[in-house]
Design a protein. Structure first.
Length: 405
């Protein structure tokens, strides 16, 4: 398949289905914790380790597993990662005790970072250079759809037919994604290719200061949004005055913002990567400050929730594209590291938000903390752009062409 082909490559649909399944695995457990805790006779805080354990495994797998497969053809690697995903969710579905359930979560999580890291490179190679950020956004659209539709449906399924039914459904989605990847990802994503640089070549990308600055921007910029979102249920009920029963529907609106922001952020990044990142991070900071100031108003809270999701996830395609641009000679490991950075940002934002609540600053304090983190990310971005002035990677649009299989 030529990268000059203008129609939507079917391989992107397969990648999006895989992303949907992975997103569902990550987030649906949040709505099923009471049922899981009761079934395994553990407390809800202990059951909560099924969430944090997953996140830690994503951070580890995003770097370690990607590093381990740098010399292997990417299409077989993606297929292997999806098999790992299926095994992990199958373990969760049949788990007889908490330990097996945790093992299933860890196995499924290990493929998360590597799949998105390698998948982003493959997605970029499936389209023309001017459409690469949009292609990455299309893959990540599966993750946003998982939040909008998958999580509410998965929670409903688990509450009415037992939580195991949700993991059986996710396992089936994994099988569909595996078949799609096998049939729809072409053997070669472009007309030109280069031999693999191997692990040493991939690590060499980290000698570029802009790669490290990109990782810091990801941690701070995305961590700010996630830190505000982590405690959003408390903000909605304790500050904005919404009933607990309305929270799931409000989160659907947040998910709609995620979906729209992801696609629009990708399109904007294809036109101007740096300008898009500066604009999105600046507006996201303003949105978070406005949300913190007006959280007592239900109407303004709904508006802020959609905008927070939209501008928060509009950062994802350009952040992923930026690090791939500066690590263009060997983008695979750097791409996986950026996925780990997203999860590190999640953990940092959630931790700081928890600290502000514990300190007695109230349930809007995580939003203020998120605004501060995002502003810091914007500051690092502006410094990075100033440092890189006149040193932008030459022909960055042309260097991602590589072999998928």
């Amino acid at each position: 398949m030529s990268v000059r082909q203008k129609s939507l490559p079917p391989g992107l649909i397969a990648l999006a289905i895989g992303a949907f399944g992975i997103g569902l695995t990550e987030f649906v457990i949040m709505g099923l914790l009471p049922e899981v805790a009761a079934d395994f006779a553990v407390t809800e805080p202990v059951a909560g380790w099924l969430i944090s354990g997953y996140a830690l495994s994503v951070a580890v797998g995003g770097v370690a597993l990607t590093a381990a497969v740098t010399r292997l053809p990417r299409k077989p690697v993606l297929l292997g990662l999806m098999v790992l995903f299926i095994i992990g969710n199958l373990l969760s579905a049949v788990a007889g005790d908490y330990a097996v359930m945790m093992a299933g979560r860890i196995v499924a999580a290990l493929c998360h970072g590597a799949f998105f890291g390698i998948g982003a490179v493959v997605a970029a190679n499936l389209v023309a250079p001017a459409r690469r950020a949009g292609a990455i956004a299309m893959m990540f659209a599966g993750l946003t759809i998982a939040n909008v539709l998958g999580v509410p449906f998965g929670t409903f399924l688990g509450q009415h037919f037992g939580w195991r039914s949700t993991f059986w459904a996710i396992t089936a989605i994994g099988v569909v994604a595996l078949i799609g990847l096998a049939l729809l990802i072409p053997g070669r994503a472009a007309t030109a290719d280069r031999p693999s640089t191997g692990l040493r070549g991939e690590l060499r990308a980290f000698t570029h200061s802009q790669v490290w600055l990109s990782l810091v921007i990801t941690v701070l910029g995305f961590g700010g949004m996630f830190g505000a979102f982590t405690y959003i249920a408390y903000t909605l009920t304790e500050v904005s005055g919404f009933a607990s029963s309305t929270v799931p529907w409000l989160l659907v609106l947040f998910g709609v913002g995620l979906f729209a922001g992801n696609l629009l952020g990708g399109r904007a990044a294809d036109r101007s990567l740096s300008r898009t990142l500066v604009t999105v991070l600046a507006v996201l900071t303003v949105v978070l400050v406005g949300f913190a100031l007006t959280a007592t108003s239900p109407v303004l809270t709904i508006v802020a929730l959609v905008l927070m999701g939209g501008f928060g996830f509009a950062t994802v395609p350009p952040l992923q594209m930026r690090i791939m641009q500066y690590a263009h000679q060997a983008p695979t490991l750097a791409s996986g590291a950026n996925i780990a950075a997203f999860n590190l940002g999640n953990a940092l934002g959630a931790w700081i938000g928890g600290v502000t609540i514990a300190a007695g600053f109230g349930y809007t304090s995580p939003i203020w903390a998120g605004a501060a983190l995002t502003l810091a990310g914007l500051g690092v971005l502006l410094a990075a752009l100033r440092l890189a002035r006149g040193q932008e990677p030459a022909k960055a649009d042309a260097v991602l062409v590589d072999t998928v299989a």
